[in-house]
Design a protein around this ligand. Structure first.
Ligand SMILES: [Zn+2]
Ligand SMILES: [Zn+2]
Length: 250
């Protein structure tokens, strides 16, 4: 009889007790959790998150119409070919819908911080090549007042679960109006100059860094962060987010 066996039995018993006594519900689908010790989201919800299927734009990570990828080694969407960007490459676990949206909400607004670990694992699985050769992960910062209000920064929680050192290279120097409900152009104006590099951020000239956030909507926040980093001498900025709003009219 091994310790593993004992542990598995104890977990089985604990799951049975918790499931009956507390009957906690999955934070995403709200069905009763059969194995509450495995975390607040059920296995069905985790496996139901569809990846953004190729072909995708090599730069921003948005899905492309299939015909566009034919014989293009570096396929880029019309938007990325039209505008120059500070973020060199962006990837996400999936579209900001369904279970993934519910999981991000539970992490961010319900304080279910234990979700950061499995979510970061998915980020690594689906966007892992972004981490190759990178020096560090840089979480998108919250304004100190927002950070106090929420008690934690979900981007930093995700960043710390990635296999790179987390460097708090940025700070928010301006409280911005919430981006929700703003059209794309206004979002870009709203966050421009909202970020500055910290003392740690000034130690990264020539580096490749990975910006980390929970959701990318228009990419305005990531662009503003990337711009501040590049002005401080960072060579390449990649962006890895848990979710991405696909096809936002930008
Ligand atoms: Zn579920
Ligand atoms: Zn693109």
């Amino acid at each position: 009889m091994t310790d593993d066996w004992g542990l598995a039995t104890a977990r089985f018993a604990l799951d049975a007790i918790l499931a009956v006594v507390l009957s906690p519900a999955c934070a995403a689908c709200e069905q009763p959790l059969e194995q509450p010790t495995r975390g607040p989201v059920c296995p069905r919800c985790w496996t139901s998150i569809p990846p953004l299927t190729p072909p995708i734009c090599d730069q921003c990570g948005d899905p492309l119409p299939t015909w566009r990828a034919i014989s293009l080694p570096l396929a880029r969407c019309p938007r990325c070919r039209r505008t120059s960007r500070f973020v060199d490459r962006a990837r996400a676990v999936g579209s900001y819908d369904g279970a993934l949206r519910a999981i991000v909400h539970a992490l961010k607004y319900e304080g279910r911080r234990s979700l950061a670990r499995p979510l970061a694992r998915l980020m690594r699985q689906r966007g892992g090549d972004l981490l190759d050769g990178a020096a560090c992960a840089v979480p998108v910062p919250l304004h100190p007042s927002r950070r106090r209000q929420r008690g934690f920064n979900q981007a930093a929680d995700l960043s710390r679960r990635l296999p790179l050192p987390t460097v708090p290279a940025l700070r928010r120097i301006r409280a911005t109006a919430t981006q929700t409900g703003l059209p794309a152009a206004r979002r870009h104006r709203n966050v421009r100059d909202a970020f500055a590099v910290t003392a740690a951020g000034r130690t990264l000239p020539g580096a490749v860094v990975v910006l980390v956030d929970d959701v990318s909507t228009t990419g305005a926040t990531l662009e503003a962060c990337a711009r501040a980093l590049k002005e401080a001498g960072v060579r390449e900025v990649r962006a890895l987010t848990a979710a991405r709003v696909v096809g936002f009219d930008d």
